[in-house]
Write a protein that binds this ligand. Structure first.
Ligand SMILES: C[S@@+](CC[C@H](N)C(=O)[O-])C[C@H]1O[C@@H](n2cnc3c(N)ncnc32)[C@H](O)[C@@H]1O
Length: 240
């Protein structure tokens, strides 16, 4: 039987639910084992290798750019062309491709080599420069090189303790007058969470400021059929 690659099909959703259950069972963050960040990386590696090319088994892979990212790109269309864009935690590459289609010069990275290889296979003719790299150990020559850093669902996928350092790294990657675009699930400050993922609270903006980033646009996007749950879409620049 040919497996559906349509994320809206019930059969795709059933495969995803089955994969999600198996992945939760081995996720160190779900099982209370927070001893080591490397275990979380191993979990991401397991997600992509167990999937064996079936996108239904990669819980966040919807085979299209995130609607909030796509709408941002559309709204800025002429302003995107020529920008040096960095896509953080690119997964299967749909967001990176969306920026490239609008004329940006895109570098996209993920710390899982299988994800990067899969993105390259999917977009064999792509102009995107796909790289295997860890956000916390990026090449020195990337510092100060990007006009736009885009991250979708990667901050919320890391343990909250690592988020301040991640934001500081984003700041250092920005060229002068560069921007950071964050698309993430949102929550109220006092809302209980049991991540992963760990939706971002409003205090993320204070944390960002401490790391030298200030919002120039904050959108608190209500849950809709299009995005499912409440989200932030935030644009930040360097302080000062
Ligand atoms: C929830 S997925 C989102 C993927 C993609 N941005 C999307 O929206 O489909 C998070 C991605 O970030 C990657 N990732 C997590 N931590 C990372 C790190 N420290 N450096 C690079 N990639 C990372 C994971 O391997 C995974 O592909």
């Amino acid at each position: 039987m040919k497996l559906s690659h349509d994320p809206s099909s019930p059969e795709f959703q059933a495969r995803r639910a089955q994969a999600r259950k198996a992945l939760d069972a081995i996720d160190p963050a779900m099982t209370g084992d927070r001893a080591s960040e490397s275990k979380r990386q191993q979990w991401f590696e397991a997600v992509y290798s167990r999937a064996e090319n079936d996108p239904a088994c990669v819980p966040w892979a919807n085979l299209r750019a995130h609607p909030l990212t796509a709408a941002f790109v559309k709204s800025q269309l002429r302003g995107i062309a020529g920008l040096r864009v960095l896509d953080v935690g690119c997964g299967l590459g749909d967001n990176a491709e969306c920026f490239a289609a609008a004329g940006a010069k895109v570098t996209a990275f993920d710390f899982v080599a299988d994800a990067v290889a899969w993105a390259k296979r999917r977009f064999a003719e792509s102009k995107v420069d796909y790289q295997t790299a860890d956000l916390f150990a990026l090449p020195q020559e990337w510092q100060g090189q990007f006009d736009l850093i885009h991250e979708c669902y990667t901050l919320q996928a890391m343990s909250p303790a690592r988020v301040p350092q991640a934001l500081a790294i984003f700041r250092d990657l920005l060229a002068s007058d560069g921007r950071v675009l964050i698309v993430a699930r949102a929550r109220d400050e006092e809302e209980e969470i049991s991540g992963p993922p760990w939706p971002l609270p409003p205090s993320i903006f204070d944390v960002a400021k401490e790391q030298g980033l200030e919002p120039v646009m904050i959108e608190d996007v209500a849950a809709t059929a299009n995005v499912g749950r409440r989200h932030w879409r935030v644009l930040m620049r360097r302080v000062g």
